[in-house]
Design a protein around this ligand. Structure first.
Ligand code: ADP
Ligand code: MG
Length: 381
């Protein structure tokens, strides 16, 4: 690929996006500088705990935030700046250019209309075809997202569909709009694990059929593993690591990413090996102290982590994009030392100075960690 091909290949470009919400309790700094590029046809996973700013970032892209939100930065769809467009102008973008799929399919479906009618409306909105053709396409789309007996199901109402099937209908509607970008915000979070896999498969089908690029948002790093090309990890309103799926899963360089991996069930681990959750919770976004927001939960934290928030910077040895940019970035003062750490060692309750590499020393202000194994409490220091 040439450099210019890559530049024009970018469908969605988010730059230095910040979102503040003035509230009675102070200003919530929900998004504190998010930048990413989405290239044509690629799937970018955005991962982070609840409250890390994933939804607010996407709602800002879609122009769906409440009027009270203070938004700055840039959101470009191909060559068009989206921030600052009027509601009417954004209506033109939503659906046909960028489609959004939410956790609850009923936010997108109308309970009083038949499934077929809602699909046909989407088809008619973007194609100059007859009602009959639109209905045929509706059946076809239901089939594409693996709804059984689509010719019968097309005449049913949303309440006659299961949760997983409703979500697949929403995906079919997104396809009918033939978008360039699909943003799916926790599309499988409300579903059983077995149904999750089917819905993810339908999402892939939608992506293949439309050739759309996709932003797949989830709090579950396990969900994006088989789906995404690249992963962006968010913490406290900011990206803290971004890289290819291989970078993130096999060479994570931010302790938070490592912690997320350690709390995932792993097939390649012995059964009795317990999962190692990250203790504590994310900070309040109203009065963030200086420094890295992950410090109070980080087993590797040092003095500098409390005073200076690290920038997102290239990881040594990272690959390059065709445009000559580094692919793997991490926001950690100790990103080189994070390499090859085992999350179970790093985040386990029994972690002490003895189990940490000497160069890290004691963690200042380390939080108390509860060891679920034997019921005793140990501190990392
Ligand atoms: P995520 O999707 O990662 O779980 P969100 O993007 O929904 O997190 O929220 C990020 C932060 O912004 C949270 O602290 C949330 O409480 C806050 N927030 C979201 N919407 C509003 C709003 N309308 N007013 C005030 N705070 C908000
Ligand atoms: Mg959310």
């Amino acid at each position: 690929m040439t450099q210019s091909a890559t530049a024009t290949d970018t469908v969605l470009s988010v730059r230095d996006l910040t979102v503040d919400f003035p509230t009675g309790d102070g200003v919530v700094h929900a998004v504190r500088g998010v930048s990413y590029e989405l290239r044509s046809g690629e799937v970018l996973g955005i991962v982070g705990e609840s409250g890390s700013g994933k939804s607010v970032t996407s709602m800002a892209v879609m122009g769906l935030l409440p009027k009270t939100a203070r938004i700055a930065g840039s959101v470009r769809f191909r060559d068009e700046e989206l921030l600052g467009l009027t509601d009417k102008e954004m209506t033109r973008v939503r659906g046909s250019k960028i489609a959004m799929i939410f956790q609850d399919p009923m936010t997108s479906l109308n309970p009083v209309y038949k499934i077929g009618y809602q699909l046909a409306e989407a088809v008619l909105a973007h194609n100059d075809v007859s009602r009959q053709t639109a209905r045929r396409r509706a059946v076809e789309l239901l089939d594409l997202v693996n709804i059984p007996q689509p010719d019968k199901r097309v005449d049913q109402y949303p309440h006659e569909f299961s949760g997983g099937m409703r979500q697949r209908v929403v995906i079919a509607i997104a396809m009918a709009n033939d978008p360039d970008v699909i943003i799916a915000d926790e599309p499988t979070t409300a579903l059983d694990v077995t149904v999750q896999a089917q819905v993810l498969e339908s999402l892939r089908a939608a992506q293949r059929e439309t050739g759309a690029a996709m932003v797949l948002i989830t709090h579950d790093l396990g969900v994006v593993a088989g789906q995404a090309d690249r992963v962006l990890v968010m913490y406290a309103g900011k990206p803290v690591e971004i890289g290819t799926v291989e970078d993130i899963y096999y060479n994570p360089r931010m302790p938070y990413t490592l912690g997320l991996l350690g709390s995932l069930p792993r097939l390649d681990k012995r059964e009795q090996e317990r999962l190692t959750p990250i203790q504590g919770g994310p900070p309040s976004l109203v009065n963030l102290p200086p420094g890295c927001p992950f410090t109070p939960r980080c087993p590797l934290a040092q003095e500098i982590c409390q005073t200076r928030e690290p920038d997102l910077e290239p990881v040594d040895g990272s690959g390059f994009t065709a445009a000559g940019l580094r692919i793997h970035l991490s926001a950690c003062h100790f990103k080189e030392q994070v390499a090859r750490q085992d999350p179970a060692d790093l985040f386990t309750a029994t972690a002490t100075d003895a189990t940490l590499p000497a160069e890290f020393g004691a963690a200042p202000g380390a939080v108390e960690i509860v060891d679920n194994n034997n019921g005793t409490e140990d501190e990392i220091r």
